[in-house]
Design a binder for this molecule. Structure first.
Ligand code: AMP
Length: 201
């Protein structure tokens, strides 16, 4: 299969580092990794052997894609690092690491995860909301994991803490194939967000 999303080469995947989840989450992580590789993309991820992160990254590698791991020294010292990355990028801390992941990725997929994943997703979304990037951002809602959070996002809009414009900046995919189809067909917005986009409610 070919790489259809013209400008997109490296997909950043945020997902759980937990090894204690229901099998359904690892299954989707592996499936997503397989599709990333088969569609000619590479993965940018946290660089560890843990949880859904490794389930996804290892399948990218098995299917012809490259793995770019980005990890702060502190986590390397804890022994979480994999030696299987095509490129391993050492970061100073978690903030520096997010910057590095952002710098080398063209699209973002957030799978099910904990606070680490949520924080990474939210930061990317705010960057896009304020016009710092125009990347495709996808929530892969495996097993309806994010249903409650998505309802909360609606409340944010209803109560005017956020606007509809922002919640339209990401796509909610129900399957790995759905996520990859969205990225394959993604077209960057032509304009950057206006003051009205950002501040209206
Ligand atoms: P969490 O969702 O809390 O499990 O955190 C996972 C996210 O935070 C991943 O997308 C990683 O980028 C980062 N992260 C958290 N823990 C680790 C770890 N031990 N090794 C590498 N990355 C991690």
């Amino acid at each position: 299969m070919s790489n259809k999303g013209k400008c997109i080469k490296n997909i950043c995947v945020f997902c759980s580092s937990s090894d204690y989840l229901d099998v359904i989450y690892y299954k989707d992580a592996r499936e997503l990794g397989k599709l990333i590789g088969q569609n000619g993309y590479n993965i940018v991820y946290g660089g560890s052997t843990l949880g859904m992160m490794w389930a996804c990254a290892s399948e990218v590698k098995n299917n012809g894609g490259k793995i770019y791991g980005v990890m702060p020294k502190r986590l390397v010292d804890l022994g979480c690092k994999t030696d299987n990355c095509d490129e391993f990028i050492l970061a100073q801390g978690m903030r520096d690491r997010k910057q590095k992941m952002d710098d080398i990725s063209d699209a973002v997929i957030a799978m099910a995860g904990g606070f680490g994943t949520l924080e990474e997703f939210a930061e990317m979304l705010v960057q896009k909301q304020l016009g710092f990037n125009k990347k495709a951002i996808v929530i892969l809602n495996t097993n309806g994991y994010y249903d409650e959070l998505l309802k909360f996002f609606d409340k944010m809009v209803d109560d005017k803490f956020a606007n509809k414009f922002t919640t339209n900046l990401f796509y909610v995919a129900s399957t790995p194939q759905d996520a990859i189809d969205y990225i394959n067909n993604y077209k960057e917005p032509l304009s950057t967000p206006t003051k009205h986009d950002v501040y209206s409610r």
